[in-house]
Design a protein around this ligand. Structure first.
Ligand code: MN
Length: 359
């Protein structure tokens, strides 16, 4: 197994890549969506939470990520001695009507094909995505982790409808007419995913790119009125079986899976790693389940992380683990300290596994 670090768009700098090397990372997962343009309030390096208005404006719908910028990013990552393993998330500006089944759907699925082809051409093995209308929303921030470290959690269901012009918790149309979106049903949402996979998987296969699905975070059957896809561990199987393909895989988020009220996180790790379906893993811990949970330091949550590593090792998982999110630590560099803590834990834990299994 390999140790990776995820970096948000504004953090993709030589300094942060050097920091990644210092934490023991060999791989990078890069976010190209800017979640922070609307909410930079001195917490720009934390994970975005946002209110009912989400994380602010999405990117430029007319400008797709170019091959040049992907190659430049890969070169920057490699010149720090690291490998670029994945791009995490499509920009909602490039595919809102694929999610919403809107009038630009035909053009926007072509956008996604172009991006996947470029990701492949740039030699990046994985494209992570989250097929969700409400997106990552409805969470609160507070001193939830050990020692009052700031982290995110959920304190009850959130039913506020999603306004027009917003999808995936970002605003794709600043001039949208007022009013609320019509809530999507589960059947309709699965049909939209089917279209997405039908169109995109052949392109991904040809490009040598693995599409990796993140589960719904938070894993509620509905958020802000909209149905969700993967809010129980079994639903990951439905996604895989919908269109079996070597490019149809999972961005396996341990924290989100542990937040699911049904199923068992260890069984889920075993089941999906046995199938060879983990593209990469979000290695984070949590206490509680939806709709009441709190993200914790990697060593203080409900999940026995060493047990997870043993299962992954038994099933031959050889991919990348990244911390995903961590609580922020009280110091001049709260995000970096939190990540360095998680990475140190992970590096030691991987050492223990290696020793146990003699490899
Ligand atoms: Mn995650």
């Amino acid at each position: 197994m390999k140790l990776g670090l995820g970096l948000y768009r504004h953090m993709l700098t030589p300094e942060n890549l050097q920091f990644a090397v210092q934490t023991g990372a060999t791989h990078i997962v890069a976010h190209l969506v800017d979640y922070f343009s609307g909410i930079r309030e001195g917490t720009a390096e934390d994970q975005p939470t946002g209110g009912d208005q989400g994380w602010g404006p999405a990117g430029d719908r007319h400008r797709l990520w170019s091959l040049e910028e992907l190659l430049k990013l890969r070169k920057m990552v490699e010149s720090a001695g690291l490998r670029l393993e994945a791009i995490e998330n499509f920009d909602p500006a490039h595919w809102y009507d694929v999610l919403l089944d809107g009038p630009e759907k035909g053009q926007q699925i072509e956008n996604l094909k172009t991006i996947v082809r470029r990701v492949g051409e740039a030699g990046i093995p994985v494209m992570g995505y989250n097929f969700s209308i409400a997106g990552v929303c409805g969470r609160t921030t507070g001193p939830y982790a050990r020692g009052g470290a700031m982290s995110v959690g959920m304190e009850g269901p959130v039913d506020t409808p999603v306004p027009q012009g917003m999808v995936w918790n970002m605003v794709y149309d600043l001039e949208a007419a007022g009013g609320e979106q019509v809530a999507v049903t589960p059947d309709e949402l699965w049909r939209r995913l089917e279209f997405f996979l039908d169109e995109l998987l052949p392109v991904a296969e040809e490009a040598g790119v693995t599409l990796a699905a993140h589960p719904d975070d938070p894993p509620m059957p509905t958020m802000r009125g909209h149905a969700r896809l993967v809010y129980q561990p079994d639903l990951y199987q439905r996604l895989l079986d919908l269109r079996p393909s070597r490019s149809n895989a999972l961005e396996f988020c341990l924290g989100t899976i542990a937040e699911m009220p049904e199923g068992d996180v260890y069984e889920a790790v075993d089941r999906y790693s046995r199938q060879g379906k983990l593209a990469y893993v979000h290695f984070r811990n949590v206490r509680g389940k939806v709709p009441y949970y709190r993200e914790t330091f990697v060593d203080e949550g409900d999940i026995d992380m060493i047990r997870v590593l043993r299962i992954l090792h038994k099933n031959g998982f050889d991919g990348v683990l990244i911390p995903d999110h961590t609580p922020q630590m009280n110091c001049a560099a709260p995000w970096h300290a939190g990540m360095a803590y998680a990475m140190g834990y992970m590096k030691a834990a991987l050492g223990v596994i290696k020793e146990e299994f003699g490899c």
